[in-house]
Design a protein around this ligand. Structure first.
Ligand SMILES: O=C(O)c1ccccc1NCC(=O)[C@H](O)[C@H](O)COP(=O)(O)O
Length: 195
């Protein structure tokens, strides 16, 4: 099970996520209480080994803005959150990073349909920590897709059983307060997923 921990902003939590076995780490580079600068993301990314994917998270920015921030931060993937048109992914294809499409369950749920490498199926409100009807997506999404939205160490096994995803993505569920990550919760999430 592929695991992405999103919305990191402090070195200790980046190190905790890597040591706990996360496959991908997300830096929010768009307007949010979790937003960090591309320069901060570059500093944090320097702590991440090659085999772990660093993901810059964007929502609503045009491809030129995404490109600039991706280059400044050195992330290995960009995540376009929401209903970005196919052309936004095409415009970023030559950037040399992985492309991640993050959408709600009403969108096209075939990973690769927009030339993306990874797909996230999320709650209607990104980063809200609100659980949703995970079972509703079972059998509807295909390929390398991650379930997100309201996951935490206590419910992730139930969510995986309900939706049968290829991977999982979490942010609020490993925080003690909005935007405040917790290393113990990050470890507990990875342990719950991997057993
Ligand atoms: O997390 C944010 O603040 C955010 C803001 C704007 C666009 C996307 C955002 N997060 C993207 C993620 O990949 C989150 O991990 C995902 O939405 C799950 O969040 P949560 O329900 O808090 O676990």
């Amino acid at each position: 099970m592929y695991v992405k921990i999103c919305g990191l902003s402090e070195p200790e939590h980046v190190v905790a996520a890597v040591e706990a076995g996360a496959d991908a780490i997300g830096f929010v580079l768009t307007r949010s209480s979790r937003q960090i600068t591309p320069e901060r993301a570059a500093e944090l990314g320097a702590l991440v080994p090659e085999h772990v994917l660093t993901v810059g998270v964007f929502r609503g920015e045009d491809p030129a803005t995404v490109r600039q921030a991706a280059l400044a931060s050195g992330v290995r993937a960009v995540q376009l959150h929401g209903r970005h048109p196919h052309g936004d992914f095409t415009a970023l294809k030559d950037l040399g990073v992985r492309l991640v499409r993050a959408v709600d369950a009403q969108a096209d749920l075939r990973c690769g349909a927009f030339d993306e490498d990874l797909l996230i199926v999320d709650a209607p409100q990104a980063g809200s920590g609100l659980p949703w009807d995970w079972a509703a997506v079972r059998g509807r999404a295909s390929g390398r897709w991650m379930l997100a939205g309201g996951l935490d160490p206590a419910n992730v096994r139930e969510a995986v059983a309900a939706a049968d995803p290829w991977g999982v993505d979490v942010s609020s569920g490993v925080e003690t307060a909005p935007g405040v990550k917790d290393s113990t919760l990050i470890q507990a999430f990875l342990k719950a997923v991997r057993g």
